[in-house]
Write a protein that binds this ligand. Structure first.
Ligand code: HEC
Ligand code: HEC
Length: 437
């Protein structure tokens, strides 16, 4: 054992407040219950363990409660979808940690929620609507997505391939996507449909007096500058309102966060062992680091192929190349955050792994792998299988579970689906739905 065992001794130089003293007393007790494992202080000193900092707000979207609450209504209102049957919250649902628990997202024409959701046909044309080509990521903590330098930024790339810029840039993109929200309600090429759909959705919102009133109080400066009450609703205010809600979905109270803040007992001995492996032998930290456990770079890991794929190679998703068109970006995917990862199975851009155990086996054994990715194509750190022992795998998974906080410090309102939305539709489910939430 390279590190001293739990000593339970209160170290000098630490600012001790009364609550901290109580916490360290608890920690000693917890330590006694779980002997062994690396020393907490040693871990905090050796590795760059950090909690989430201040939210990086864009200059034109400073926090404002009316705006955030309006964004919440829009997020759960199916009025944003062509066939009025899907909301953002259908796929990013609080019951599933703002993801959907599915291998592939299921939008227009679907019935049900999460893994039970079943796709059907467009209510407009009767044509079948396929699932998404990719797995739905969580919205939790997207405020902290980082730029190329690793700094949290409101202009960070979004999506598995980084094709959107920031939450504001992303917010209206699902609307024109046939599978996500458009359906067959607006015909034409994708570009034509994109223009038509957003305009039509803005027109819909402008026709709902409660939205007009709420947008005016959420955007007073813009309201003062526009002619006509309803004109305050445009692409920009719509995007900013939705982003304002998403940006507050921050979770800072995972056991890991309490551990970093000095609560030795917040992690079990096994979790501390997992933490140590994560930052040493298992090399996870090379890509999953910083407060979000992601460097937000685009990396080739050779995740096996599943799903519909993209447009570059038939039946295959080439990742960042789908967006940039650069062959050097082939099979690069953005490193995802690992916060709340225990709540957001299945895993990877194509949801190909059902459990964390499968993910760890993939990293440990180097198989299964994408049939077109050679060993040389992989990031150097991935070129050698890790050969982790079963007990290392178990402790790394236990550590990943310490990154869970489903919003315990958030205003419960932010985590709840509104019972009614200004359109009068059933939140999340749309028209004629049997049950709302
Ligand atoms: C049909 C399911 C579905 C619906 C509806 C949907 N999303 Fe998503 N969302 C996804 C999928 C799938 C991805 C990943 C797509 C990709 O990376 O190419 C995603 C990605 C995102 C991301 C990027 C997160 C990150 O870390 O990069 C954000 C933010 C987001 N969605 C917000 C929204 C908003 C806002 C709406 C409503 C306007 C919405 N979504 C509607 C399935 C959905
Ligand atoms: C070379 C960079 C790199 C290293 C090293 C790495 N990862 Fe990843 N990780 C990624 C990328 C990129 C993805 C997304 C890949 C994809 O979807 O195709 C990912 C995905 C994941 C996911 C799925 C998350 C989700 O929401 O779907 C988990 C869990 C994970 N990694 C854990 C680990 C662990 C544990 C280790 C160490 C054993 C590790 N990673 C090492 C880059 C890396």
């Amino acid at each position: 054992m390279a590190f001293p065992r739990c000593s339970g001794i209160v170290r000098p130089f630490r600012l001790i407040t009364v609550p901290l003293l109580a916490a360290s007393a608890l920690a000693v007790a917890a330590c006694g219950d779980q002997p062994g494992g690396p020393d907490p202080d040693e871990l905090r000193q050796r590795f760059d363990l950090r909690t989430l900092g201040e939210i990086p707000y864009p200059p034109d979207n400073q926090p404002r409660r009316e705006r955030m609450l309006l964004g919440r209504l829009l997020f759960f209102d199916p009025i944003l979808s062509g066939e009025k049957d899907v909301a953002c919250g259908t796929c990013h649902h609080p019951d599933f940690a703002f993801a959907d628990g599915r291998q592939f997202g299921a939008g227009v024409s679907g019935v049900g929620l999460g893994p039970d959701r079943v796709l059907s046909v467009s209510a407009v044309t009767g044509d079948p609507i396929p699932a998404e080509a990719r797995s739905t990521p969580t919205i939790f903590n997207t405020a902290f997505a980082a730029d190329g330098e690793g700094q949290p930024s409101h202009l960070a790339p979004m999506f598995w391939d980084g094709r959107a810029v920031g939450l504001e840039g992303q917010a209206t993109m699902p609307v024109p996507s046939r599978t996500e929200m458009r359906g067959d309600a607006f015909a034409g090429s994708d570009e034509e449909a994109a223009a038509v759909t957003l305009d039509s959705i803005i027109a819909r919102l402008r026709g709902i007096p409660e939205y007009v009133a709420q947008f005016r109080s959420a955007f007073p400066d813009e309201a003062a500058q526009t002619v006509g009450d309803a004109a305050v609703i445009d692409n920009s205010t719509l995007a900013r309102a939705i982003a304002a809600y998403e940006r507050e979905l921050v979770t800072r109270n995972a056991p890991f966060d309490r551990f970093v803040a000095g609560d030795d007992g917040a992690l079990t001995a096994q979790q501390r062992e997992g933490l140590e492996s994560f930052f040493t032998t298992a090399k996870c930290f090379i890509c999953h680091r910083g407060p979000m456990f992601s460097n937000f770079q685009f990396m080739v890991t050779g995740v096996p192929r599943a799903g519909l794929g993209g447009s570059v190679l038939p039946g295959d998703d080439t990742g960042r190349e789908e967006h940039t068109g650069r062959p050097s970006d082939r099979y690069r995917f953005r490193v995802p955050t690992l916060r709340n990862v225990a709540l957001t199975a299945p895993y990877m851009h194509d949801g190909v792994f059902a459990t964390l155990d499968e993910v760890l086996r993939f990293y440990s054994e180097g198989t299964p792998r994408h049939d077109r990715v050679t060993n040389d194509d992989l990031e150097v750190v991935m070129q050698q299988p890790l050969g982790l022992t079963q007990s290392e795998v178990a402790s790394i998974i236990a550590f990943l579970e310490s990154l869970t906080d489903a919003g315990t410090q958030l205003d419960p309102l932010l985590l709840s689906v509104p019972t009614t939305v200004p359109s009068g539709l059933t939140p999340v489910f749309g028209l004629g739905a049997a049950s709302g939430n």
